[in-house]
Design a protein around this ligand. Structure first.
Ligand code: HEC
Ligand code: HEC
Ligand code: HEC
Ligand code: HEC
Ligand code: HEC
Length: 214
């Protein structure tokens, strides 16, 4: 039989060796865990068919998220806007721009622009936008500072542990509903405000398995 431990190990107390093996396993496990897809999804920023910039339209021009993502308070999905919404302005603004060629083409042909999805939960996890934004969970708590992004990227892991961190302590994040689309929101005492909103509106996010898997 092959020797598991080389000869020199006779000098080393078994306990230390076993300790080392356990440690090595822990290291391998952490590497596997932290680099498994749900973590490497952070930063995912596919190239879009049109170089649309949130930074320009939200931060510089001052558009509210709901100008384009009109369904986010009513439905499960936060819709991506139709070409019509872009043409409200681009019929008059930058009408010759190369960067907008695909928008004009979509407008003429009636074929939707094929935006590439950035965020994507597995089908077995249930998620609903309206359930979150109508009780005061801000867009930036889950999507980061979209107003600073030229290209949208995934800012948070969207993993189970991440969802549960907030579901266990929503008071750390809850804000008044009219501030949901505000970027860079902060108050002096978030915990105090959060607790009072959680009590007042009787907020209880699910932490049991069937809350999100059914
Ligand atoms: C002028 C229209 C417009 C406004 C205003 C706007 N968006 Fe968007 N948003 C888009 C378009 C178009 C896309 C798809 C292309 C892309 O991903 O850049 C998009 C994509 C996104 C995505 C990625 C969706 C995915 O594929 O997973 C998020 C998140 C998002 N927007 C959040 C916001 C937030 C938060 C605000 C307000 C701070 C906002 N948007 C304001 C037009 C807009
Ligand atoms: C409220 C008006 C408004 C809406 C709605 C709007 N835009 Fe714009 N957009 C502008 C303005 C104004 C500029 C030019 C800013 C500048 O450079 O001075 C611009 C610039 C752009 C540019 C850069 C053009 C260039 O040549 O530099 C792109 C690309 C663009 N928009 C895409 C979109 C898309 C896609 C949508 C729809 C999802 C959209 N815009 C909706 C006002 C708007
Ligand atoms: C509690 C976390 C959370 C909040 C708050 C939130 N989102 Fe999302 N958003 C997600 C998740 C998770 C996905 C991916 C959903 C999926 O794959 O089914 C997503 C996807 C999206 C998409 C892609 C289309 C879709 O619905 O799948 C857009 C656009 C978007 N969010 C915009 C917004 C805007 C705008 C706000 C604020 C008004 C907002 N989100 C608030 C977590 C959140
Ligand atoms: C920043 C805080 C926060 C994050 C992150 C968050 N949630 Fe929630 N979630 C809440 C709050 C607050 C409620 C509302 C509870 C209530 O109304 O009593 C809620 C409610 C829910 C509900 C019950 C309402 C419904 O739609 O049936 C589900 C399911 C849910 N969340 C799934 C998720 C999933 C899946 C994720 C991760 C992808 C997630 N949540 C991330 C705060 C959060
Ligand atoms: C707040 C919502 C939420 C709750 C509550 C929740 N999960 Fe999840 N779960 C998720 C999300 C989100 C994912 C990851 C989906 C993805 O990767 O796209 C996930 C993934 C999983 C996976 C796949 C393996 C993995 O880690 O990615 C298993 C198995 C699972 N959950 C079991 C459970 C069990 C068992 C419970 C109860 C103890 C539970 N979940 C409670 C949201 C939830």
């Amino acid at each position: 039989m092959a020797q598991i431990f080389p000869k020199w190990t006779n000098q080393v107390p078994r306990k230390i060796l076993i300790g080392l093996i356990v440690l090595l396993n822990a290291v391998v496990f952490s590497i596997w865990y932290f680099f498994s897809p749900e973590y490497t999804d952070v930063g995912y920023a596919p190239e879009q068919p049109v170089p649309y910039s949130h930074k320009l339209h939200v931060d510089k021009l001052g558009l509210d998220c709901q100008y384009c993502h009109t369904q986010v308070f009513e439905s499960k999905q936060a819709n991506v806007p139709a070409t019509q919404t872009c043409m409200n302005c681009h019929t008059y603004v930058k009408t010759e721009s190369e960067k907008l060629a695909k928008v004009r083409e979509s407008w003429e042909t009636g074929e939707a622009i094929e935006w590439i999805r950035v965020h994507n939960l597995a089908d077995y996890a249930y998620f609903d936008h309206s359930a979150h934004v109508t009780v005061g969970v801000g867009c930036e708590s889950c999507h980061g500072r979209v107003d600073k992004m030229d290209v949208v990227y995934q800012a948070e892991p969207l993993s189970m542990g991440w969802c549960l961190d907030c579901h266990r302590e929503p008071e750390k994040y809850i804000r008044p509903v009219e501030e949901v689309t505000t970027m860079g929101y902060s108050v002096e005492n978030q915990l105090e405000l959060g607790r009072s909103l959680v009590n007042k509106n009787n907020i209880h996010p699910p932490t049991y398995c069937q809350g999100c898997h059914y």
